[in-house]
Structures are given as structure tokens and as C-alpha cells.
Write a protein that binds this ligand. Structure first.
Ligand code: CA
Length: 155
């Protein structure tokens, strides 16, 4: 039997679900994207696999607005995050010096490199945001273990 309070509860539940879309619990919603800022460390390849397990991928920063949101969020996490390095989804593995996003390969026009970055040549082929200089972009060795940022679509 469906009474009035049951209907009321269902309406409230659907409103709640609408606010959160399909983002996983604990992920951050911004525009049409869900973001997961990890508390664990993986190498760059394993980080991508972790994201895929959520049907997502490592963050790809195609514009200054997304870059700004991510930096502001990382700063808001406080002093611990400032000691961290976060892998994101770009590399110059395929051709040294030619940086590509994992899926949006041709769209590496916006960049936010730190001073003298990228500077690691063949030894450093994976992109990360470094807390030491306000989360500017750095090349890091892909086999290093760092925190990472996954995204999924919030649709
Ligand atoms: Ca390189």
C-alpha cells in the first residue's frame, strides 16, 4: 500500500538523487563532471586503472576554468594536500616533448607549467600537479607513486 507519506519520501529521495546526479559518494561535483581526489598513491598507469574501475579516467584539463576549479579545490583541502603531488591524464610517453591527454590527444593547447617545467626529458613523462608551487604542472617519472585525480561524467 502506497500512502501519502511514502509518496512524500519518494519525492524527497528523487530530489536528493537529482542534486547528486550519478557521482559516486564522496566525489566532488563541478559542472557536468565528478572529481575524485585520491587519498592513496599509485604509479601513473595504476592510477589510470583505478579511475577506469569507476568507469572514469585520469583528469584531463582542457581549459583554464577546469584548471582553476581543480587548483582551488586542492588548496581548499589544506596543508596536507600542499605536500602532495597529483597525477593527471597526460604524458609525453609516445614522443618525448609532445604532450598529449590520454583521450583528447590533440587538445594540449591550454597549459599551466611551473617554472622550468617540463624539465625531466626522457626520465619524466607523466603530468602531475605539484602542491609545492600552488599546483602548477610538472613532469614526473611515471613509475613514481603519487595521489591522483579521476573524473567521470555526471550525466
Ligand atoms: Ca618527457
Amino acid at each position: 500500500m502506497v500512502n501519502r507519506s511514502t509518496v512524500y519520501c519518494l519525492v524527497l529521495l528523487s530530489m536528493f538523487a537529482g542534486v547528486h546526479g550519478k557521482c559516486h559518494a564522496g566525489w566532488v561535483v563541478w559542472r557536468n563532471t565528478c572529481f575524485m581526489f585520491s587519498d592513496i598513491k599509485e604509479d601513473w598507469t595504476q592510477a589510470e586503472l583505478r579511475c577506469r574501475a569507476f568507469h572514469g579516467r585520469l583528469l584531463e584539463i582542457l581549459d583554464s576554468e577546469t584548471n582553476r576549479f581543480v587548483k582551488d579545490h586542492l588548496v581548499s583541502l589544506g596543508s596536507l594536500a600542499k605536500l602532495r603531488v597529483y597525477f593527471v591524464g597526460a604524458s609525453d610517453v609516445a614522443k618525448e616533448g609532445t604532450w598529449e591527454w590520454n583521450t583528447n590527444r590533440e587538445r594540449f593547447d591550454f597549459t599551466d607549467w611551473g617554472t622550468n617545467q617540463p624539465g625531466g626529458s626522457h626520465a619524466e613523462n607523466c603530468l602531475a600537479l605539484g602542491g609545492g608551487d600552488g599546483f602548477l604542472w610538472h613532469d614526473y617519472p611515471c613509475h613514481d607513486q603519487h595521489e591522483f585525480i579521476c573524473t567521470t561524467e555526471n550525466t
